[in-house]
Design a binder for this molecule. Structure first.
Ligand code: E4P
Length: 214
């Protein structure tokens, strides 16, 4: 499974990039607003740090505006993926970008029917938001299983980008269910290797090594 980092904070992307284990970056308007850096400047900096798909979300709400904005974003760098909301307008824009060879990430997906519609529109990635479904008492990871089954059944090539990940167990389940990509907040990325038995095991190995005085 590919790992993306879900942040617009340059310091977090720099730190994650140093591990060599990050395949791409997702941003959204809330994350960009929080980072407080002009959008294009931010995207170009992210493209310098990570050589992989970088999702940049449109802020227009009608298809013609989305198409104009998306084309400009795509021209910034070869790795930019235009992120579109899962609305009729977003899917019209998605269809246009698909015909033009511009990569897309269709976001705010909460049902497998929406995911199939995005695939029919030629989306490169679909972003189901598992954490936000869990928040309202629904089964976020169940949605990933449903989409995997539907895409496999009909042979859609749209990649499932598991989004709104809140903890490492979401990552474990994404791997088990065949998610193509997981996009992780930096905090969850940092926790990926944490296990008390790894820590205590290493401590014991080091103590035994020192005590042996070989
Ligand atoms: C994905 O592309 C979104 O930016 C993100 O995963 C949303 O996560 P949240 O529900 O934690 O805001």
């Amino acid at each position: 499974m590919k790992l993306f980092i879900d942040t617009a904070e340059i310091k977090e992307i720099e730190a994650a990039a140093k591990t060599g284990l990050i395949d791409g970056v997702t941003t959204n308007p809330s994350l960009v607003a929080k980072a407080g850096v002009p959008f294009e400047t931010l995207l170009l900096r992210i493209c310098e740090l990570i050589d992989g798909p970088i999702s940049a979300e449109v802020t227009e709400t009608e298809a013609p505006g989305m198409i104009e904005q998306g084309r400009k974003l795509a021209k910034l760098h070869k790795n930019i993926v235009v992120k579109l909301p899962l609305t009729w307008e977003g899917l019209k824009a998605c269809r246009t970008f698909s015909a033009e060879g511009i990569k897309t990430n269709v976001t705010l997906c909460f049902t497998s029917v929406q995911a199939v519609m995005a695939a029919k529109a030629g989306a490169t990635y679909i972003s189901p938001f598992v954490g936000r479904l869990d928040d309202i008492g629904q089964d976020g990871m169940g949605l990933i299983a449903d989409i995997r089954e539907a895409y496999d059944q009909y042979g859609y090539e749209t990649q499932i980008l598991v989004a709104s990940i809140r903890h490492v167990d979401h990552v474990r389940q994404s791997i088990a269910l065949g998610g193509d990509v997981g996009t992780l907040p930096y905090k969850v990325f940092q926790q990926l290797l944490s296990h008390p038995l790894t820590d205590s095991g290493l401590e014991k190995f080091m103590a035994d090594w020192k005590a042996a005085k070989l």
